[in-house]
Design a protein around this ligand. Structure first.
Ligand code: EPU
Length: 336
């Protein structure tokens, strides 16, 4: 199998930062995995890359990048359910539109999330009131430690907000080759998210179709979030922090306007974008790196920022938010 040498990773990360990988493999055919395993490839340093939309390269990579690029989408219907299986290298948004065009509900609120199908369970992607864990049925993955193929079902994955077993206990170990989603033919459309409701109203749509929702969500994202093809970014850079309800009550004494949502019994999720904005960081830059003018949770590269510069901004933001609110932000983006 061909390993390319000294490859620029700029086209392979949506931040558009410059970094070089010592080795690079484009994995379009899973049959090659066994050969790689037998040759001891996985005993050396490697990193599994999908769409490059959730990674920040802060330095050159002294191992081999394995980019998953296998393709294919199929489905079958059983009773009231549709099982859609997509290869790990498929672009997530292409899968969403495959379902929209077939009239399968369940993914439309997650239209235009960047990244690949294989990455979708890793960080349990979500947007506008929908989360991957609600439609994930199973995935097939290659164990780089044992050289075996394994199927994970929903309950095996320890899904929580923007997290799964693939990001925690098994970080970097499994290559997700395909994902099967279980959709309900009669699933009600989810239009409760404020921005969706408002945009539907503006368009005079009272009985939205699956396609209407996908279009409206795509529109909202384009309006609010920077387009990685022109402004480097990786979506939300931080997770929305989960804190106890007691802490929220304390914060409310000093910051009555604080934005938060109920999360679990005794916990709430704070809007990290709000916390960052209150620290004066919205639209603020240091050199070529800063936060997006319409969404302070998104760190952007407005030109030639290095991965280190972007990382440094994230450190400053974490520090300022901690100083003002006593809340520690956690990065959603993987740092390499
Ligand atoms: N807000 C501000 N200032 C900002 C940004 C946000 O005050 O600069 C406040 C606003 O009050 C707003 C609230 O925060 O109402 C929430 O903002 P928004 O609706 O944009 O959602 P978010 O919590 O910032 C999350 C996801 C996004 C997803 C949106 C929509 C995380 C880390 N991020 O952002 O996901 O698109 O909800 O569902 O959970 C991503 O993960 O890359 C991503 C873009």
């Amino acid at each position: 199998m061909e390993v390319e040498q000294n490859i620029s990773l700029k086209p392979y990360n949506t931040f558009g930062v410059e970094a070089t990988a010592q080795g690079f493999i484009n994995l379009a055919d899973e049959k090659k995995l066994l050969k790689l395993y037998e040759n001891g490839f996985f005993a050396e340093r490697f990193y599994i890359l999908g769409g490059g939309s959730n990674i920040l390269f802060t330095q050159d990579f002294s191992g081999t990048i394995l980019r998953v690029s296998n393709k294919g989408i199929q489905h079958f219907i059983e009773g009231n359910h549709i099982y859609v299986t997509a290869a790990g290298g498929e672009v997530w948004n292409d899968l969403v539109w495959y379902c929209v065009h077939h009239g399968f509900p369940g993914m439309e609120n997650m239209a235009l999330i960047p990244g690949t199908v294989g990455a979708s369970p890793v960080q349990n992607i979500g947007a506008y009131g929908a989360e991957l864990m609600d439609i994930f049925y199973s995935c097939r993955a290659f164990d780089t430690k044992t050289g075996e193929f394994r199927t994970f079902h929903n309950t095996d994955c320890a899904f929580t907000y923007r997290d799964s077993i693939f990001k925690s206990r098994y970080k970097g170990r499994y290559i997700i080759l395909s994902v099967t989603y279980k959709l309900s033919i009669h699933a009600p459309l989810n239009t409760k998210y404020g921005a969706i409701e408002q945009e539907l109203q503006k368009r005079g749509i009272q009985q939205p179709s699956i396609k209407d929702i996908a279009e409206v969500v795509s529109y909202i994202r384009v309006e609010k979030l920077p387009d990685p093809s022109t402004v480097g970014n990786a979506g939300s850079f931080f997770k929305n922090p989960i804190v106890s309800n007691d802490q929220v009550e304390n914060l409310k004494k000093d910051f009555p306007e604080i934005v938060y949502y109920p999360f679990a019994d005794k916990e709430s999720k704070l809007a990290a974008g709000w916390l960052i904005e209150q620290c004066g960081w919205k639209g603020k830059f240091v050199g070529q790196a800063g936060t997006w003018k319409n969404q302070a949770l998104v760190i952007v590269n407005r030109g030639s920022a290095s991965g280190k510069e972007i990382y440094n901004i994230s450190c400053l933001i974490i520090e300022d938010v901690y100083k003002k609110f006593g809340v520690m932000l956690e990065r959603e983006v993987n740092i390499l």
